[in-house]
Ligand binder design. Structure first.
Ligand code: U7K
Length: 280
């Protein structure tokens, strides 16, 4: 009997994933926002049964941070927004202005498409309804969409490997900086990760907040048929990096990863809220 070779994604792709850092230029050429959005941000099946447990975890933690715990302020900068807007649904009522950023042109274009209500934009309505339900009135989802659109004032280019991630622009320090799944995919090793966290942390005013969503124990994630590098991180590494960047961790919570192993080998999605120490 011929033993059916159990070829994992890694093997099928000739092991290109481990260690093969996906440089910035690869993102520009091969990162397909539509494939990514369909793969990771489709919310529920036609019959409405929820299947995207990872996304509901993120939405619940953003709800706790901004709506329940009351983190608020003047400006919020989101670093490495990707082509998504889910990360703004709870914070849009707590900040005067939100600045979305990403490294790649196609991700910034995808966000602008949604802001302009382009019919080609990704449909976030199920996600908007879910967050409105968390806030107590599912019917308010259209107003919620308008609130997000009126609060996101700018969509800028960022590069977390630069000391000023928003260079050449100089932006005033923000009350809050959020970053979801960005540093893990933008940094090739832990040294770069520590430096990038300091770069991103420099955008937060003393006493301000840093909110991170990190993929732990991941070495790749798929977008369509294309594997993208992810820095293999453990909770302790992230906590130490946040502390060394000058922040006190207020709370954090991990959730067992629910992505299919074909999509990513991510073990845990990790949500963390920290506050920038005030130098006395
Ligand atoms: C946020 C993101 O959506 C990536 N999502 C990711 S990663 C990952 C890893 C495991 C699991 C999951 C997962 N997910 C979301 C789904 C679950 C995105 O599209 N990104 C962020 C990173 N980015 C950059 C590349 C190179 C250099 C950069 C320099 N500065 C700034 C950004 C740079 C490209 C655009």
């Amino acid at each position: 009997m011929r033993m059916e070779r159990n070829t994992c994604v890694h093997c099928r792709l000739g092991g290109r994933m481990e260690g093969d850092f996906t440089g910035k230029d690869v993102y520009g050429k091969h990162f397909a926002p539509k494939d990514y959005l369909k793969m990771y941000y489709s919310f529920s099946k036609e019959d409405g049964t929820q299947e995207n447990r990872a996304l509901t975890f993120y939405l619940q933690k953003f709800h706790k941070t901004f709506t329940v715990d009351g983190v608020k302020g003047d400006t919020l900068i989101d670093i490495g927004s990707g082509p998504t807007i889910y990360q703004f649904l709870s914070s849009c009522g707590s900040f005067r202005e939100i600045i979305a950023t990403d490294y790649t042109d196609q991700n910034r274009e995808e966000i602008k498409r949604w802001l302009k209500k382009d019919p080609e934009a990704f449909d976030w309505s199920q996600v908007l309804k879910y967050v409105c339900e968390l806030e107590g009135d599912r019917e308010k989802w259209v107003e919620k969409g308008e609130k997000v659109r009126s609060t996101i004032r700018r969509v800028l280019k960022c590069d977390v490997t630069q000391v000023n991630p928003l260079a050449p622009l100089v932006v005033a320090q923000a009350s809050c900086v959020t970053s979801t799944f960005c540093l893990d995919s933008a940094c090739k090793d832990v040294t770069t990760y520590l430096a990038a966290l300091k770069n991103v942390g420099s955008l937060v005013k003393p006493g301000g907040h840093l909110v991170l969503l990190v993929a732990l124990g991941a070495s790749f994630y798929m977008v369509g048929q294309h594997p993208f590098f992810c820095l293999y991180l453990e909770k302790e590494t992230v906590d130490r990096a946040v502390t060394e960047a000058g922040f006190d961790i207020l709370w954090s919570e991990g959730a067992k990863n629910s992505y299919s192993p074909i999509h990513s080998d991510c073990k845990t999605v990790y949500f963390l809220v920290a506050q920038k120490r005030i130098k006395v």
